[in-house]
Design a protein around this ligand. Structure first.
Ligand SMILES: *Cc1c(COP(=O)(O)O)cnc(C)c1O
Length: 297
């Protein structure tokens, strides 16, 4: 079976390079057919399960993860059920149905949808977790492989953090390349700072509430593995406001004619708002994680 994600463009940002006074490269995950990097890990995980005999998939995400599972199901010819919380937008549900998956609305928030999805899953119809699964991290790591293959070695890698699957995938990829000295800037919005809180505490903590416009980052707790990995890598936590994330989306659209959702705007905002935070890094790589949440409602 060939992989389901595409090799995304890696382009230099003139605007950000000029602002930061050094080359800033963009890995354009918004160009994945499902609209985000999620396809890398989820494609990898689903193909693995199909080889083990899986005949269907369940997802618990009303966002980019659910859409990626739905996309993969259609490509592999395997039925998919996506349980989404009541907060999922009409547009998200429409996009998932367009991938021929069934949508079930259950629960006020992700956690309830996830618990319900767990009851639907079984050995032949596994639940594909949106961020806490080593198969996902292995798949996400292919992003770093592509960067290495293109001959680029960043001193600083910037990405956003929700449940920590993307970050854990990037750290997995850095390990694969032997790039332990690459500094990673892990960006969250202030109302969803579960990774920042875990770094401070030295262990994962569950935040009482999420308050952010960046839905894809609204995970009250990050996976254990990423907190563990942060101990053996150079990972810095950075926080931006919702307003900064939104304004970064606008600025990025103006600079590059590409529209991304606020979760991705957060990573961009860390550079637009605090260019001095790159320190002495000579080459910067930003994971433009993408996201279909560019329209609301
Ligand atoms: C899922 C997602 C994130 C966060 O990824 P995690 O693996 O949950 O940390 C960030 N941006 C976008 C667009 C996403 O879909």
């Amino acid at each position: 079976m060939s992989v389901l994600h595409i090799q995304t463009p890696l382009i230099e940002s003139r605007a950000l390079s000029a602002l930061l006074g050094r080359p800033v490269w963009l890995k354009l995950e918004n160009t994945q057919p499902s609209g985000s990097f999620k396809l890398r890990g989820i494609g990898h995980a689903c193909q693995w399960h199909v080889r083990q005999g899986a005949t269907g998939f369940v997802s618990s995400s009303g966002g980019n993860a659910g859409l990626a599972v739905a996309y993969v199901g259609r490509k592999l010819g395997v039925p998919v059920t996506v349980v989404v919380p009541e907060t999922a937008t009409e547009r998200a549900k429409e996009l998932i149905r367009m991938e021929e998956a069934s949508v079930i609305v259950h629960g006020a928030a992700w956690h309830q949808a996830h618990s319900y999805a767990q009851t639907m899953a079984n050995a032949s119809t596994p639940l594909i977790h949106p961020f806490d699964d080593p198969l996902l991290w292995e798949g996400h790591a292919s992003l770093v492989d592509e960067v290495a293959h293109a001959g680029l070695r960043p001193d600083l890698l910037v990405c956003s953090v929700g449940g920590g699957g993307l970050l854990q995938g990037m750290l997995t990829g850095l390990d694969r390349q032997g790039w332990q000295d690459t500094v990673v800037m892990a960006v969250e919005t202030e109302g969803a700072a579960s990774f920042g809180a875990a770094l401070q505490a030295g262990h994962p903590v569950t935040l009482p509430a999420m308050k952010t416009i960046a839905n894809s980052l609204a995970s009250a707790r990050v996976c254990d593995a990423v907190v563990q990995s942060a101990l053996s890598h150079i990972v810095r936590s950075a926080l931006v406001s919702d307003a900064q994330a939104l304004s970064a989306c606008q600025r990025f659209a103006y600079d590059h004619r590409i529209l991304v959702e606020p979760a991705c705007g957060a990573a961009l905002a860390a550079l637009y708002e605090t260019p001095q935070a790159v320190g002495d890094a000579r080459t910067v790589l930003v994971v433009v994680c993408g996201g279909v949440g560019v329209v609301t409602g």
